[in-house]
Design a protein around this ligand. Structure first.
Ligand code: B12
Ligand code: SF4
Length: 468
């Protein structure tokens, strides 16, 4: 099989002799530039995950940016309606990004490309976490970020001597990362399906260490950040490109507020630019009013916060030390006082969940007027400590169901049937017309209202069996 002919066993060793210059020389010696097809597969899940407008895939844009320094790159995002060709004859390398929910799709594409004798690369969180599995469907797996293994990987592609796994021994500093070239997404045929929010990255990693999250496994305890000037330059570039100050950015960081001093300094500088932004954030210091104040002043419209649960026993079992129940209402109050809406994430299906968990969550959301509550079912993702712990009890090993909207195991204190009944009921109650008015009255008439309206329609159709 070609995958085995092309690659040697074992992982990449760091090659200090390979530099950007030597790679350029090697590429120039080749008769023609090698051609890459980069693919973002659409998931096959039945839920709304990849429907409607989708965010520009920063991961693939970063891969494209780097690859295009040496190779010709074609960029395909199946979520926007781009079609993955059956025939890969126009390409030398087929490179696919994958999370768990689209892994089976990624593998199918990988198998097809292998059968056509292409170099197949699989990258992204799922191949990283399960590289032994992924390796069956590609020539090489890239573990974690491409930037940290690029020299070795590019060298081997140019030489045609692939290894089965590229894994960096050391992560590169974020300063060395190239500014993402958005033209790959913006010039694509179906670019109108992309949301107007521009993805941006300031930091990587999160040392909090929640046991259900993949980030601690991929990046360990490391927390890296870009120089603030680089982040601001990127923002200015988009302001110029779009000819307006009020550009909307969405931070893709795992936990942008982990280092308070960096975060607040970044926000102070952003306040001078007049941009708007949203981010995933952990609560570690949002109970301090001055942080919410600078966030509001710097243009934050919405913060996505993983409240996860209102049950203190659950917070303890998932190691979510940053979440202190006694701070929840203070955090919400501080953000609201500064005009920041909240997308609140809540998970159900933990062993300690009971009927009471649902009532407590409903009360919290309604009393604190959370604008955009999002509910999911606990999903132990492969490679996490939580997955190892729960493996004997898991109901599914079909990756299409790993979208956080499937019932994965029977909790100990409530039956599966009761869990799903409560789960559907809670969503319906929170998105009833009356409840929306109670949560949203007096708030700016913007897309958050629209989302509530859509959720009202969506939740009316929900049934417990959708989640089986
Ligand atoms: C921001 C974010 C979101 C955003 C934006 C997602 C988007 N469109 O990209 C939003 C809020 C929309 C979102 C939604 C969801 N997310 Co999310 N999200 C993240 C987060 C925090 C950062 C992702 C990111 O963009 N990072 C920055 C980019 C530049 O880094 P990167 O993705 O790691 O890419 C690098 C490498 O992986 C590598 N690479 C990637 N692809 C490839 C391909 C090749 C060929 C190569 C060589 C290299 C390579 O190089 C890249 C550049 O450095 C991650 C956590 C994480 N660190 O991965 C979770 C994460 C990806 N999300 C997760 C989940 C579960 C979801 C949802 C299912 C949640 C839900 N119920 O809605 C949805 C699914 C959306 C979808 N269709 O995929 C999980 C996925 C777990 C898994 N095993 O699949 C993660 C890992 C968090 C976790 N729980 O551990 N998410
Ligand atoms: S705080 Fe968020 S990003 Fe950090 S480990 Fe926990 S879930 Fe992952």
């Amino acid at each position: 099989m070609l995958a085995d002919e092309l690659r040697t066993n074992g992982t990449a060793n760091p090659r200090n002799d390979v530099t950007a210059e030597s790679l350029q020389r090697l590429a120039a010696e080749q008769k023609t530039r090698k051609k890459w097809l980069l693919i973002q597969p659409k998931s096959q899940t039945s839920m709304m995950v990849d429907s409607g407008s989708v965010s520009m895939p920063l991961n693939l844009i970063m891969v494209a940016t780097l690859a295009s320094t040496l190779f010709d790159v074609t960029f395909i995002d199946e979520r926007t309606g781009d079609e993955v060709p059956e025939n890969f004859s126009g390409y030398d390398v087929v490179a696919i990004t994958s999370r768990t929910l689209n892994a089976s799709k990624a593998y199918k594409i990988g198998d097809r490309a292998l059968a056509q004798n292409k170099i197949v690369l699989l990258g992204g969180v799922h191949p990283t976490m399960l590289h032994d599995e992924a390796t069956q469907h590609c020539t090489s797996v890239v573990y974690g970020e491409i930037e940290s293994v690029w020299n070795e990987l590019a060298h081997d592609i140019l030489r045609g001597t692939m290894k089965s796994l590229y894994r960096a021994q050391e992560l590169r500093s974020m300063t060395a990362m190239q500014r993402p070239d958005f033209s790959f997404a913006l010039n694509s045929k179906n670019a109108k399906r992309y949301s107007a929010l521009i993805p941006i990255l300031a930091t990587k990693g999160c040392p909090v260490g929640c046991n259900f999250c993949t980030t601690p496994t991929v990046y360990g305890k490391s927390y890296r950040y870009r120089e603030i000037d680089l982040v601001l330059d990127e923002m200015r570039y988009h302001q110029q490109r779009l000819g307006k100050k009020k550009v909307n950015f969405s931070f893709m960081d795992d936990n942008i507020s982990f280092r308070p001093a960096y975060f607040t300094e970044l926000l102070e500088e952003m306040a001078k630019l007049g941009v708007h932004w949203n981010a995933n954030i952990s609560m570690n210091f949002l109970h301090k009013p001055e942080v919410a104040e600078v966030a509001g002043r710097s243009g934050c419209d919405l913060m996505s916060i993983g409240f996860e649960s209102l049950n203190p026993d659950i917070l303890k079992t998932i190691n979510k030390g940053a979440n202190r129940l006694q701070n929840y209402s203070t955090v919400v109050g501080n953000l609201h006082n500064n005009g920041i809406a909240i997308q609140g994430y809540f998970m159900f299906g933990f062993d300690d969940d009971t009927d009471k968990s649902f009532q407590a969550t409903y009360d919290f959301i309604m009393q604190n007027r959370i604008e955009f509550p999002v509910f999911s079912l606990v999903t132990p993702f492969p490679g996490t400590p939580y997955y190892e712990e729960m493996k004997p009890r898991l109901r599914h090993f079909d990756w299409d169901k790993y979208d956080t909207y499937h019932y994965m195991f029977e909790p100990r204190k409530i039956s599966g049937e009761r869990l799903l009944e409560n789960f559907v009921k809670l969503q319906r109650e929170v998105y009833k017309g009356r409840a929306i008015m109670q949560r949203m009255q007096g708030k700016p008439l913007n897309w958050v209202w629209f989302v509530n309206f859509m959720m009202n329609r969506f939740t009316r159709k929900l049934k417990p069996e959708f989640y089986l």
